[in-house]
Design a protein around this ligand. Structure first.
Ligand code: UDP
Ligand code: MG
Length: 161
């Protein structure tokens, strides 16, 4: 597309974000999407599904030795999850900032978990913890054709040339 998106193409990254069953049941889908959207990130994939427990175990595979693993996977597969891919400069790291610390006891006010959650096991949202994890999680949750490439007119107001 435009000169602007070409200049920044190398810095644009994607992250996997999921609203967990507690966030969906508590009516926080639009609140959470709105925080990413207002920041300036671009939504490139979205769907709602109830993952199987086996799928949840794949998603959280790196935590399989932790005592909370089984309960965590039971919970993630207990109801609908909103799975998304968000795109933008620095979205992996800054997305984690928007989300806040893992335990809402430690999440700062102004963050999603700080403002909207109380318990670590009911912290309403998942976000990839680094660029490699992001690629793996996007591949796990989405087929390539589910990711939509498009330009936003607002990009010229969000990024310097
Ligand atoms: N979790 C938990 N108890 C803990 C640590 C984590 O129930 O002591 C849950 C929590 O919901 C967290 C998820 O396991 O979001 C994945 O843990 P991770 O350390 O990857 O935290 P995150 O990346 O989600 O901040
Ligand atoms: Mg994590």
């Amino acid at each position: 597309g435009s000169a602007v998106s070409t200049v920044h193409a190398a810095e644009i990254e994607r992250t996997f974000i999921a609203i967990k069953p507690d966030g969906v049941q508590r009516g926080l889908i639009s609140e959470i999407i709105s925080r990413f959207e207002r920041k300036g990130y671009k939504l490139v994939a979205i769907k709602i599904l109830t993952p199987t427990k086996e799928f949840a175990m794949l998603h959280y595979d790196d935590l399989k030795e932790r005592p909370f693993f089984n309960g965590l996977c039971d919970f993630l597969s207990s109801g609908p999850v909103v799975a998304m891919v968000w795109e933008g400069q620095g979205v992996v790291k800054y997305g984690r900032k928007l989300i806040g610390a893992t335990s809402p006891h430690n999440s700062e006010p102004g963050t999603i978990r700080g403002d909207l959650a109380i318990s670590v096991g009911r912290n309403i949202i998942h976000g990839s913890d680094g660029p490699e994890t992001a690629k793996n999680e996007i591949n796990l949750w989405f087929k390539p054709e589910e990711l939509v490439d498009y330009g936003l007119d607002s990009e010229k107001w969000l990024y310097e040339p």
